[in-house]
Design a binder for this molecule. Structure first.
Ligand SMILES: CC(C)(COP(=O)(O)OP(=O)(O)OC[C@H]1O[C@@H](n2cnc3c(N)ncnc32)[C@H](O)[C@@H]1OP(=O)(O)O)[C@@H](O)C(=O)NCCC(=O)NCCS
Length: 337
């Protein structure tokens, strides 16, 4: 245990804390420097996010300092919308200050606050090289976390993938001819909100979750509007496609996010095709429409990142066709509190 470490809660909404928050972000960046790609929010986005007042979740942040210098950070999120037994966290310690108990001290603060918030399970997602456990996974196992589901972070190089899209789209068009595809950007148009919410609520029942102690999410028009406004205000551009069956039911969704100040990459959000509508190549069709939209608006967008469970064979098959390759192991881990 590093006796010199001080763990202090930092209120992101206090403007006087901007310098310490910046130092915390810098530490988080140093802690990620050995990863193959930087997929976290850039500083300006992170600061805009941390300083956004939210009533749908509690955010708590801590700085770990040694001799007044920030060497670690912790971030705890507790949602009020659904899964109110769950807390999620991110922890970072600068590589020069590891194995001295600083991560453990930050985790102790996170655990205590999660319990005080009535949470019974703490979740986090460490990233490791594809072929061996990284520091985060080792640290979490040492603290009693267990794997809820094993996933893989995968990347697609759009410059290589794009030339294949026209032939792919033509080949699968007859398979999904009975469905209407509706693309949207930034804000979900009002006529699509209801279907989008239904799929959002079905998601956790339909996607593989392994042993993760997660229940269904709760979605409403108000939650969608809040999320869309927050993303616009923090420079995150949303790209989505929905599929409707002939009877007007919304049966499939996919979404991607591009950050205005890091538009070289897009991050894949959820993709879901309801069970009765699988086998019509909707997953691939939706993704092709969405990828095209991203390239039209952000021609410099080169890479798309996704995180998919190893056991999710249909999603991995779609991504294989698009040229995704494995870059990191991404475990979803949880600790009973
Ligand atoms: C994970 C992380 C926060 C740990 O910070 P830390 O200050 O080094 O952690 P601690 O010193 O408290 O480690 C406590 C115990 O965890 C285990 N541990 C931590 N890092 C380890 C590693 N690289 N290899 C094996 N075990 C490790 C050990 O049992 C260690 O005790 P020991 O040093 O007495 O053997 C830090 O490595 C990091 O920032 N990693 C990148 C971000 C990340 O993966 N975060 C976790 C998921 S949110």
């Amino acid at each position: 245990m590093d006796s010199g470490v001080v763990i202090s809660e930092v209120d992101p909404l206090d403007p006087a804390n901007e310098p310490v928050l910046h130092a915390m972000w810098d530490v988080s960046a140093a802690a990620r420097a050995d990863r193959p790609f930087e997929v976290w929010a850039p500083w300006t986005t992170a600061y805009a996010t941390w300083t956004t007042v939210r009533d749908d979740q509690d955010d708590v942040m801590w700085a770990a300092t040694v001799d007044g210098v920030v060497v670690g950070m912790g971030w705890l999120v507790m949602s009020h919308m659904d899964n109110q037994h769950v807390a999620t966290t991110e922890l970072f310690v600068h590589p020069d200050h590891r194995r001295r108990g600083i991560g453990g001290s930050l985790l102790a603060a996170v655990v205590e606050r999660s319990r005080a918030g009535g949470r019974t399970v703490l979740m986090t997602s460490p990233y490791s090289p594809v072929d061996r456990p990284g520091a985060g996974e080792a640290f979490l196992r040492a603290h009693g976390f267990e794997v809820g589901i094993a996933e893989m972070s995968r990347v697609c190089d759009l410059e290589e993938s794009e030339p294949t899209w026209p032939a792919l789209a033509e080949r699968i068009a007859p398979d999904h001819a009975d469905y209407r595809l509706e693309a949207w950007q930034d804000r979900i148009p009002e006529p699509f909100v209801e279907g989008y919410c239904q799929l959002g609520e079905a998601f956790n029942d339909e996607a593989p979750l392994g042993d993760l102690d997660l229940g269904a999410e709760v979605w409403s028009a108000e939650r969608v509007a809040d999320r869309d406004a927050r993303f616009l205000a923090t420079g995150r551009r949303q790209f989505g496609v929905l599929a409707y069956a002939l009877d007007g039911t919304c049966v499939a969704t996919t979404e991607l996010f591009v950050n205005d100040v890091a538009s070289w990459r897009a991050l894949q959000g959820g993709t879901l095709v309801l069970p009765g509508h699988r086998g019509h190549r909707l997953g691939l069709a939706l993704k092709l429409v969405n990828l095209r939209a991203v390239r039209e608006r952000y021609p410099d967008c080169r890479h798309v990142f996704t995180v998919v469970a190893g056991v999710n064979a249909p999603m991995n098959a779609v991504n294989d066709v698009l040229g995704f390759r494995d870059v990191e192991r991404a475990l979803e881990m949880q600790l009973r509190l």
